[in-house]
Write a protein that binds this ligand. Structure first.
Ligand SMILES: Nc1nc2c(c(=O)[nH]1)N[C@H]1C(S)=C(S)[C@@H](COP(=O)(O)OP(=O)(O)OC[C@H]3O[C@@H](n4cnc5c(=O)[nH]c(N)nc54)[C@H](O)[C@@H]3O)O[C@H]1N2
Ligand SMILES: Nc1nc2c(c(=O)[nH]1)N[C@H]1C(S)=C(S)[C@@H](COP(=O)(O)OP(=O)(O)OC[C@H]3O[C@@H](n4cnc5c(=O)[nH]c(N)nc54)[C@H](O)[C@@H]3O)O[C@H]1N2
Ligand SMILES: [Mo]
Length: 783
């Protein structure tokens, strides 16, 4: 793969510390560059002003919720990039594919592939010429139906979903697939917040966060674990800096000193920018070991329990909220038992933090009346992520920090509708009430066998047990672990189908037959027989609202996602269990079906008319616990004995460092917008390895030289990636960081979270060696 810049001119790789605040002028400059590059700046600026506004479209960026008090422009730098990226005028159609064979395209970088423009017509792979050729929509649907109906069992097909799909698309998709007869719904959530869903359902009886936007204004302390909002949820910076300004505590747990968690300049507060002032974003910053958060939070709980005991002995006010514990929880005794059994030595060793530091964090926690805990991928992509999420719940239960204003649990979701897709039934573990409702409403026999998650889908394709792969959005080949094996698994299929907006590697790693089906994006106007259609999404705060595309589509040969799903369904099932064309004519009809089958959506179409949509509600927020015992549950998990998996130890080798894979500022998951990572001071390059200076010296390396990275896993396979430039960076000793997806070849398919099956992308044991591939430009400065 070459690493060229997509726009043609070779970038100069640089590395120098970023001195500006997060957001602010730096962000505006960057947005302007992307606007101009979209080739239709004025049109896109107009579109952008409609982002997250009433009558406008939902930002195709992250799942952060809107400020319900509204008014202000509700987009951020990276949302602007997402809009410009989707709304480009460049096109990828038959001429493009006539010029490039698939093998030739495979040599291009991910950045180059997506940069070529919007996919504008359906294409079918032709193995003889190794090229994609145009195909009509009806022929494409017929081909899919032929493959699906030929399978021995519906379980031989995998139906992937990426979290941008709207509620309407997701609902139709699961109805089609379940009528067809399988629960094989691998989705991006399996690689993302799965552990949050699992951990929360088991403890508070709902898999979603309990807070809404307004809680940020009422919290006395906000803890942010394993999240980089400056890049990934920039609109979160405003409530965080506002919290600090009014005297609340914002406490960060992150091994990297993320710029976006330190200083912030609000791009919407013009006076802030004119004086180039900036607001601090945190009041304390702890830098744990990778995977050390469970131990750190256990330490905090240990402090609270101990302080409560002392308070009781001395007749002072209790530290724990005993009234809440007695009325609302179960399992405290067993939990206290494991807390007592957890030694400070183990807590310090595993968390990478000192007891004194943890006591500071616990004291901040104790002094705050209302505490919110926020978290993202630094928590969920570990082997013990479910117990870690449960430890966050344990902490909150100790002081009743759930179900009152300014307090609660806030898993900050990724894709803009990943939460909604689950609500609509994109779930391989098919909840029985949903299946019952589908059977009742549609007269189908819904499959009851659990389906495949993402990792199981890869395994099934690799074994030859699954033979058709259909991807509703996303980039399965790149987003998933163990790239070489995943690619082989996809290539093993009889048919691969990608429903996409932009060209990516998943279109190039084909089954024997392969289709590219180009779809409309969030920004595009979706015209159907009944006029322009809106779709709906659910944000991280369970707010449901409508999204109306604003820009005329690039080509008449693109279809909306619901129309594509309906086309596949009609060809495969006929008009069973619904008249597919009829619901596509007017999406209100899809919403009527949702209203009749998905809890919380009654009178869906009417309630959508409320400005800013409606709140789906969350029983745990009202202290109603949908658990088997009707109470919130303390989870008595022991800390892992060792963060290193047995299969790492079985190699007999000691890792040089532990690697986490993360996002740069210029990417959206596998979509690479550019080669810069502004806040970390990196420009013009992505193949970099952030390392601690002592580790660089210890391993006999030099900053600026290139290394090959090999991961450790006992299964006889060699997993390595080459030519990563070592950057001396302020990371704790023993850790390293590099960008995803370039590092996915290192993540073993079997290295997954217990109970979540999420690949452990934030904990990869690696060895380093000097690379044969060296260059002469040296790093300009150390971070
Ligand atoms: N612009 C942009 N926005 C996005 C995305 C994008 O790619 N680009 N992706 C979207 C998606 S799907 C998601 S899921 C979210 C992801 O949002 P994030 O979770 O913020 O994404 P990551 O870049 O994976 O960052 C993980 C952060 O956790 C820290 N970390 C890693 N390991 C640990 C650990 O063991 N403990 C602690 N305490 N911290 C740790 C890392 O240093 C890093 O700051 O963002 C969404 N929004
Ligand atoms: N090593 C490592 N791996 C990871 C992660 C990590 O942190 N480290 N993070 C994981 C996480 S959190 C996630 S969520 C997954 C992401 O996994 P995915 O969701 O599968 O990947 P994306 O990169 O978001 O998908 C990008 C593609 O989606 C298509 N697309 C964009 N917009 C639309 C649309 O509106 N409709 C349709 N149909 N297609 C569209 C475009 O063709 C684009 O190329 O990756 C996971 N993989
Ligand atoms: Mo995600």
């Amino acid at each position: 793969m070459t690493h060229e810049s997509a726009s043609g001119h070779a970038p100069v790789p640089r590395f120098e510390p970023y001195k500006g605040p997060a957001a602010g002028w730096g962000a505006l400059k960057s947005v302007a560059a992307f606007w101009l590059d979209s080739k239709q700046p004025i049109r896109n600026i107009r579109a952008l002003l409609k982002t997250n506004q009433n009558g406008g479209f939902d930002c195709p960026g992250c799942a952060w919720g809107d400020d319900p008090n509204g008014g202000r422009v509700q987009f951020c730098e990276n949302g602007a990039k997402a809009v410009n990226w989707e709304a480009t005028k460049r096109q990828v159609g038959r001429e493009f594919f006539a010029r490039h064979s698939v093998n030739e395209l495979l040599q291009r970088s991910d950045h180059w592939l997506e940069y070529q423009g919007r996919l504008v017509e359906p294409m079918r792979y032709d193995a003889a010429s190794d090229r994609y050729l145009p195909i009509g929509w009806d022929d494409a649907f017929a081909l899919i139906a032929e493959h699906l109906n030929r399978l021995d069992s519906p379980d031989q097909a995998e139906f992937y979903t990426s979290g941008r799909a709207s509620n309407e698309a997701a609902f139709l998709y699961q109805l089609f697939v379940r009528t067809f007869g399988t629960n094989n719904f691998p989705d991006c959530s399996n690689m993302c917040h799965e552990a949050s869903g699992v951990g929360l359902s088991q403890t508070i009886g709902t898999g979603k966060g309990t807070v809404t936007f307004d809680d940020f204004a009422e919290a006395d302390a906000i803890f942010v674990f394993g999240q980089n909002p400056g890049t990934n949820h920039p609109r979160m910076l405003a409530p965080l800096s506002e919290a600090v300004r009014r005297g609340a505590q914002v406490v960060c747990f992150n091994p990297l000193k993320e710029r976006g968690l330190q200083r912030f300049q609000d791009p919407q507060a013009i006076h802030d920018m004119l004086r180039n002032g900036s607001e601090p974003l945190n009041t304390a910053y702890f830098r744990p070991a990778l995977g050390g958060d469970m131990a750190a939070v256990r330490g905090m709980a240990k402090c609270l329990i101990e302080w409560d005991r002392e308070a009781q002995e001395q007749g002072r006010a209790a530290v724990l909220d005993w009234a809440f514990i007695e009325q609302h929880t179960q399992g405290l005794d067993a939990y206290m038992g494991v807390v007592r059994a957890t030694s400070w030595e183990q807590i310090e060793a595993q968390s990478g933090l000192s007891r004194a530091d943890i006591e500071v964090a616990a004291d901040t926690y104790r002094k705050a009346d209302n505490v919110m805990l926020c978290w993202a991928m630094g928590i969920t992509q570990h082997r013990h992520s479910v117990p870690t999420v449960q430890e966050l719940v344990n902490l909150q239960l100790l002081r009743g920090n759930i179900g009152r204003p300014g307090a609660g649990l806030c898993p900050v979701r990724g894709h803009s509708n990943v939460q909604g897709d689950r609500t609509m039934g994109i779930d391989e573990k098919a909840p029985a009430p949903l299946l019952d409702a589908l059977e009742r409403e549609f007269g189908i026999t819904a499959p009851r066998r659990p389906g495949h998650n993402t990792v199981e889908a890869i395994e099934a394709m690799a074994r030859g047990d699954a033979r058709v792969f259909i991807g509703l959005g996303g980039n399965f080949a790149q987003a998933t672990p163990d790239s070489e094996r995943t690619h082989q698994a996809l290539a093993n299929c009889d048919l691969t189908v990608q429903i996409s907006t932009k060209l990516n590697r998943s279109h190039l790693v084909t089954g024997r037959d392969a289709l590219i089906l180009p779809c409309l994006g969030r920004t595009d106007i979706d015209w159907q027989a009944g006029g322009p259609q809106a779709v709906t999404v659910e944000d991280s705060f369970s707010m449901i609202h409508a999204s109306h595309g604003q820009l005329p589509p690039q080509s008449e040969r693109m279809k909306s996602e619901p129309a594509i799903i309906a086309g596949m369904a009609r060809a495969t099932l006929g008009n069973r269990p619904i008249d597919w064309d009829a619901v596509i004519a007017d999406y209100d009809r899809i919403r009527d079906l949702i209203a009749r089958t998905i809890p919380g959506f009654d009178q869906f179409n009417d309630r959508l008319k409320q400005p800013r949509g409606f709140y789906l509600g969350n029983p745990a927020r009202e202290r109603r616990w949908k658990t088997p015992g009707g109470r919130a549950v303390f989870s008595p998990n022991a800390l892992p004995d060792d963060l290193l998996h047995d299969r790492i130890k079985a190699t007999g080798q000691t890792p040089d460092v532990i690697l986490q894979t993360l996002r740069s500022h210029d990417q959206y998951n596998t979509t690479i917008y550019g080669l810069n990572d502004r806040y970390r001071g990196v420009s013009g390059q992505r193949r970099v390895l952030f390392m601690n200076e002592d580790d660089i010296r210890r391993l006999g390396l030099e900053a600026g030289e290139r290394v090959d990275i090999t991961s450790l896993w006992e299964d006889g396979r060699r997993r390595s990636v080459g030519g990563f430039k070592v950057l001396a960076y302020d990371v704790p000793a023993g850790q390293a960081a590099a960008y995803y997806p370039e590092t996915n070849p290192l993540v073993p398919l079997e290295s997954t979270g217990t109970g979540s099956h999420t690949p452990t992308s934030k904990f990869i044991a690696i060895k380093l060696s000097k690379s044969a591939e060296q260059d002469h430009d040296r790093v300009l400065a150390a971070g």
